[in-house]
Design a protein around this ligand. Structure first.
Ligand SMILES: *[C@@H]1O[C@H](CO)[C@@H](O)[C@H](O)[C@H]1NC(C)=O
Length: 509
């Protein structure tokens, strides 16, 4: 899952039990339309790859003189990989702006403005065929990627901030769920039964305007985040009004004092910049772990599946590759739900290791199936099962865990910067996979998943030796775990670093 990232902010200790109001339901539904949009655009280019490629070819021919002939296979592959992968460049750029934009415009207005990107991106992709221009598609994918990068930060932030404390965890997971449903819907609509045909495929991209329009209409009826109104704007009166609407209570003093406590903590904790994170020894070990875990998520090859599974199944000799792709989408959705329960109960490190180990096994099975496919055609069923298992294990570990661990490794001061670094790493490696997979697949033939198995093994070993368990531990305990795993870090350094961490400061130590 290339989902993005801000975890809901830690609240105070007080638990305010409130009913779930209509306003709260409406606001959350409206917000996660963005997650749906994000997921939809991850999945949408998978099933119709062949027909869109054909359309690129026709655009190419129509623009050239008859003598120059049809499109070169290499050029076509480059154009297609670029159309797929440039999405992540847009996401990378905009995910770095989430902090600034959400402070400046507020959460709600930022989401309204973000829909502008969805309208422009969707329109450009929709017009790609009639205007005989694959450049429109590539630019449109970049813009919708920028939309997704912002959404991946704004939605969890807004949902976390409007949810009552006791529901925050449960409601926060709806972002992830809505995202995988978006992927699945895109895959179903991409069937040739629906929109996956030569004449209808542009409609697949016009569909992105529906959630954008719906969200633009509904957002004005949703309250702005009370946390933003109080902590950033210092408008206590407006924050109270917002809380009353969300909780359906007249007396919101409990929730308000929770935010007061948080504001007090934030005022005492200095913010740490991205540069400081890299320069300070305190954060070196944790940030390496954070970066490696993000890499393990993306370089696992999961997006090779989400972007290219139809092509992979086709090459593995599956009869109905598009239906196999939808099967993978269903497995993905089901295991996202499973993982929502697991993550609350089991240790992060354990889940990550189990997920990686499972993915290694499935990648090996996939390799065996693809190698033997020529001799035993029936083995294509095995490659299907292997891909389903691969996706399921991903959702158990490498999908959700990297985000959890980053949030838990860093205290409030350095957390936003650490999250930004993690997000940037995630999108960059997402781009590398989206762009590079078709080339690597060509180069390695049936052994491409063996490559992923090796990479995964590397991450398994790293996680085993270097990643501490974070669940239910304080930042001090985690710092101690790093010291045990890395004896070269001297005692006094760790002591200094723990102190710095509690101060939230920390340049060179
Ligand atoms: C492009 O279309 C032409 C004409 O339909 C066809 O002969 C050629 O094989 C196509 N090229 C590719 C790379 O698909």
């Amino acid at each position: 899952m290339p989902s993005g990232g801000f975890q809901p902010i830690d609240g105070g200790q007080m638990v305010v039990r409130t009913a779930v109001t209509k306003t709260l339901v409406l606001s959350i539904f409206t917000a996660i339309l963005s997650s749906f949009q994000f997921g939809y655009n991850i999945g949408v280019i998978n099933a119709p790859q062949k027909i869109i490629e054909q359309s690129y070819n026709e655009s190419y021919i129509s623009r050239k003189t008859p003598e120059s002939g049809s499109i070169d296979v290499g050029l076509l592959r480059t154009l297609w990989s670029l159309s797929v992968a440039i999405f992540s460049i847009g996401g990378m750029v905009s995910s770095l702006c989430v902090g600034v934009v959400s402070q400046w415009l507020g959460r709600k207005r930022a989401m309204i403005v973000n829909n502008f990107f969805a309208f422009v991106g969707g329109t450009m992709m929709g017009l790609c065929q009639v205007s005989h221009s694959y450049e429109m598609m590539i630019l449109g994918r970049f813009i919708i990627g920028a939309y997704s990068g912002l959404a991946s930060g704004l939605v969890p932030m807004y949902v976390g901030e409007i949810s009552p404390t006791h529901l925050r965890g449960a409601l926060g997971t709806l972002h992830q769920l809505s995202l995988v449903i978006g992927i699945l819907v895109a895959q179903v609509l991409g069937l040739d039964l629906f929109l996956g045909t030569m004449s209808r495929w542009p409609v697949l991209f016009w569909v992105t305007l529906i959630p954008a329009a719906l969200q633009s209409v509904l957002l004005p009826f949703c309250p702005e985040s009370p946390r933003f109104l109080y902590i950033v704007c210092e408008q206590e009166g407006l924050a109270k009004t917002s809380l009353r609407r969300l909780y359906g209570l007249q007396d919101v003093s409990d929730a308000l004092s929770e935010m007061k406590e948080e504001k007090r903590q934030m005022d005492t904790q200095q913010k740490v910049s991205i540069l400081q994170i890299f320069r300070s020894r305190t954060y070196r070990q944790p940030i390496i772990v954070a970066i490696m875990l993000q890499l393990s998520q993306q370089l696992s090859g999961i997006n090779a599946i989400f972007y290219y599974s139809t092509d992979i199944f086709f090459k593995a000799g599956v009869d109905q590759p598009i239906y196999a792709t939808i099967g993978a989408g269903i497995v993905n959705t089901a295991f996202t739900v499973v993982s929502l329960f697991l993550v609350e109960r089991a240790g992060r490190r354990t889940l990550h290791l189990v997920g990686l180990a499972g993915m290694i096994m499935c990648a090996l099975l996939m390799t065996v199936a693809m190698v033997l496919q020529e001799t035993i055609p029936a083995i294509s069923a095995l490659s299907m099962a292997a891909v389903f298992g691969f996706v399921a294990f991903f959702e158990v570990g490498p999908g959700p865990i990297p985000w959890f661990i980053v949030a838990e490794l860093f205290s409030q001061g350095p957390r936003p910067a650490a999250m930004a670094i993690a997000g940037c790493t995630n999108w960059t490696s997402n781009f590398i996979i989206g762009m590079g997979f078709p080339y690597v697949a060509d180069l390695c033939g049936p052994y491409v998943f063996l490559l992923f198995a090796l990479v995964l093994l590397g991450f398994f070993i790293f996680t085993y030796f270097r990643v501490p368990e974070t669940r239910g531990r304080s930042f001090d305990e985690i710092a101690n775990a790093f010291r045990r795993r890395n004896p070269s870090l001297l005692d006094h350094e760790v002591k200094a670093s723990t102190e710095l961490d509690s101060l939230g400061g920390g340049d060179d130590v």
